[in-house]
Design a protein around this ligand. Structure first.
Ligand code: PMP
Length: 357
């Protein structure tokens, strides 16, 4: 077997011990004499897993009481549309746009509420934070994308929304460091970066926001109805939920999000320091908002891009191609990427620069 260091932005690398455990348990899970994929979601074994995974996530993120945890489907994109239906029906919502995912979220919201852009860095090519924010005190919520996966922009400090609930798409930085959940009304994340496999969305939602969900919504789109049914209004993504439960256990065994935060900060610092000092590679993002999860970079001559990608792939450094909308390269270094992977990437980059600079 020759697994490489996988820098994919998502679906992304999973911790190897999690994959090994899933492999070992694939045919027979916890004495069920069947795979976890083959048992009823309403049976006692799966219910125990669901309850345990929620407990583990609550402990990892120190989620206060007064918040529900939902394990949903549809990808983050479905929730771009569903969130305003539930929390802003007939009202206005503020959107902060610091990259293409926030832009997509704002566009989808227009179908069910009035969308105000309360801050945008689009005119600066999403290379810095918005110069100012103008929040509407009457807004139903303020939507933020704390980490923009494509541009590599992270909000390291939350803006002050003067009490208007923050709804945060943390698809690409959930569990990457400690956060104060009580500062948020809703946190949601597609699972395919720091939680597990695609097709699962984890949502942490404050009770007062759940109370807003209009009863006129079809049940399946209604978060309050989902919460009442323990995220089992219909058959959930049981295998995705199981993988998430293994990732939560792994995170705990690695020292939790506090330790992850330290490792992620060190990984990102090491990579950015090398890029900045290389004289061959560059990262265009303002240092105040560089992402610790997604590090885009360009080569001095883009005519070398194809060679760089072919050679890095051959060296076991996978999926470094930047998003098609921005070009160049991108190294995604989520929780499952060890420091050794970042060091292997830097060693390759140094050698490539020496040969081509
Ligand atoms: N938001 C962010 C920040 C993302 O990175 C992504 C996917 N890369 C999405 C939303 C969309 O997720 P999905 O494909 O699960 O709908």
């Amino acid at each position: 077997m020759s697994r490489g260091y996988n820098f994919s932005s998502g679906p992304a690398a999973l911790p190897e011990p999690v994959l090994a455990q899933a492999r070992d348990e694939l045919l027979e899970w916890r004495g069920a004499r069947a795979s976890v994929m083959e048992i009823s979601h309403r049976g006692k074994d799966f219910i125990a897993l669901a309850e345990e995974s929620e407990r583990d996530l609550r402990a990892l993120m120190a989620i206060p009481s007064g918040y529900k945890v939902l394990f949903l489907q549809g990808g983050a994109t479905q929730h771009f549309a569903q969130i305003p239906m539930n929390f802003a029906a007939g009202r206005s919502a503020d959107y902060v746009v610091t990259g293409s995912w926030g832009q997509k979220a704002a566009k989808e919201a227009k179908a069910s509420c009035t969308v105000r852009i309360a801050g945008s860095s689009e005119s600066a090519g999403f290379r810095q934070l918005p110069e100012r924010y103008s929040f509407d005190p009457q807004a139903a919520f303020v939507h933020l994308t704390p980490n923009e996966t494509i541009g590599g922009v992270e909000l390291h400090v939350l803006p002050d929304t003067a009490g208007v609930p923050i709804v945060a798409d943390m698809s690409s930085n959930i569990l990457s460091r400690p956060i104060d959940v009580s500062k948020y009304g809703v946190i949601y994340a597609g699972a395919q970066k720091n939680i597990g496999a695609s097709g699962l969305v984890v949502m942490i939602v404050r009770d007062d926001l759940l109370a807003r969900c209009p009863s006129s919504l079809p049940n399946i789109f209604n978060y309050s109805a989902q919460a009442k049914e323990g995220s089992m209004l219909n058959t959930p993504n049981t295998f995705g939920w199981y993988l998430a439960s293994l990732v939560f256990k792994w995170l705990d065994s690695e020292g939790g999000v506090a330790r992850m935060g330290e490792i992620n900060a060190a990984k990102a610092r090491t990579l950015y320091d090398y890029i900045d000092g290389s004289g061959f590679y560059s990262n265009p993002i303002d240092k105040a908002c560089r992402s610790r999860m997604n590090v885009p970079f360009r080569l001095a001559d883009e005519a070398l891009d194809e060679t760089f990608l072919a050679e890095s792939e051959a060296a076991g450094l996978l999926a470094l191609k930047g998003h098609r909308s921005v070009g160049g390269m991108r190294a995604s270094i989520y929780n499952a990427m060890p420091m050794a992977g970042v060091q292997a990437l830097i060693a390759f980059m140094k050698d490539f620069a020496k040969r081509n600079g």
